[in-house]
Design a protein around this ligand. Structure first.
Ligand code: PMP
Ligand code: GLN
Length: 379
């Protein structure tokens, strides 16, 4: 058949995790915690399953969870949302991103993507007949050059897709970034999707600034969040989308036919769990310790790096040591040294090799230490 996505293969996360498993390597490639969630959360799920909460949840999410999400958003950002009309529970941020793109992008619409970007954005745009327009991020910190964004905007621009903290670089948007975006779109018919799945993972005292905290941006944005990242349960595929009522109404038209609803017992369990803010408050410290441990160890290796500002990824450069492509090196390190990583060329629109690998440090300290012991031998 003629493919709708001729240039898309199997995602790098599947490829590298399989290779890691085939080689018995320590898997620092795909971004998922190498440790379990709080047992109390697991108990809550079984409790709700045993209590018979095993049928379809309401399409927009169980009311108590939507209310608790409103509470969480108020607590963190001081923003009041309407749980009926501005919050939708979804099957992971991936679904939220896809549903939001599908809700607003029409054939021939241009969508601004920052380059590099998380790998699901461009296919979502293309499957909906949209045209990705790439704005390169500024190396080496992957910050946004707002002049470049300005020149990328045309009369056909419908949407801008934002990701803060950024995967793979960890760059965290500043107040100035939010203001610049608002300035550029205020007198135009442009919407925004903000992927904030790493909202609770920022370092060195940096604070995540949700696009919700800016009144103009709030009125134009779908904010996509994931409980998988926040509560160490990526396998549950559950998250939520926050958007103003009109956008939420369009979002739900897609969500209801994409998945209809999301696993019911998990929703009740998360709702109860969310009555305590402690876990997400501890997350920056929890991950800062891991980032620091990993970066301390990296100093003993020949890689060059700047500690990540946020997310649970650390990028490293090796161009001063080798001409090998990042993909070849990631494969070789997995096979020969026993540590799997992600070659970041996959996140670039032109797949250009920048001689940078991405390591996920959301792993047990012991695994991080053994990975570092192995990486010392990289030549
Ligand atoms: N956006 C980004 C930037 C991610 O790194 C990920 C990966 N976990 C997702 C979205 C997808 O999140 P979920 O697992 O909740 O679908
Ligand atoms: N977001 C994760 C990463 O960047 C992967 C999620 C997935 O495998 N789809 O590694």
């Amino acid at each position: 058949i003629s493919s709708k996505l001729p240039n898309v293969g199997t995602t790098i996360f599947t490829v590298m995790s399989k290779l890691a498993s085939d080689c018995g390597a320590i898997n620092l490639s795909q971004g998922f915690p190498g440790f379990d969630c709080d047992p109390a959360l697991l108990d809550l799920v079984t409790q709700y399953m045993n209590a018979g909460h095993n049928q379809y949840a309401p399409m927009s999410g169980v009311p108590i969870l939507r209310e608790r999400i409103v509470g969480k958003t108020k607590f963190i950002h001081g923003i009041d949302l309407d749980s009926e009309n501005e919050v939708t529970v979804v099957s992971g941020a991936t679904e939220a991103l896809y549903a939001a793109v599908t809700a607003v992008v029409k054939l021939g619409d241009e969508v601004i993507l920052f380059d590099p970007a998380y790998d699901s954005y461009a296919p979502a745009v293309e499957l909906n007949g949209g045209i990705p327009v790439y704005v390169p991020l500024e190396m080496p910190d992957f910050s946004v050059n707002w002049e470049r964004v300005k020149s990328a905007i045309t009369a056909k621009t419908r949407l801008i897709m934002v990701n803060t903290p950024h995967n793979p670089s960890g760059y965290v948007w500043t107040k100035e970034d939010l203001a610049s975006l608002a300035d550029l779109i205020q007198d135009k018919d442009i919407l925004v999707i903000s992927d904030e799945v790493y909202e609770h993972i920022t370092f060195d005292g940096r604070k995540h600034l949700s696009l919700l905290t800016h009144s103009l941006l709030r009125s134009r944005t779908f904010v996509c969040c994931s409980f998988g990242k926040t509560f160490h349960v990526t396998g549950w595929k559950i998250g939520y989308c926050l958007a103003p009522p009109q956008l939420t109404a369009e979002f739900r038209k897609v969500h209801q036919f994409l998945t209809f609803s999301t696993a019911t017992p998990m929703q009740y369990a998360l709702a109860e769990y969310l009555s305590e803010p402690s876990l997400y408050f501890e997350l920056p410290d929890f991950y800062q310790k891991k980032r620091d441990l990993f970066c301390e160890g990296l100093k003993e290796t020949p890689f060059e790096f700047t500690p990540a500002q946020g997310s649970f990824f650390q990028m490293v450069s090796y161009g001063h040591l080798s001409d090998e492509s990042d993909y070849d090196l990631a494969v070789r390190l997995t096979k020969e040294i026993g540590v799997a990583s992600i070659p970041i060329s996959v996140f670039f629109s032109d797949k250009k090799d920048h001689k940078i690998l991405r390591f996920c440090f959301a792993k047990n300290d012991l695994d991080l230490a053994s990975a570092l012991d192995k990486l010392i031998y990289f030549k």
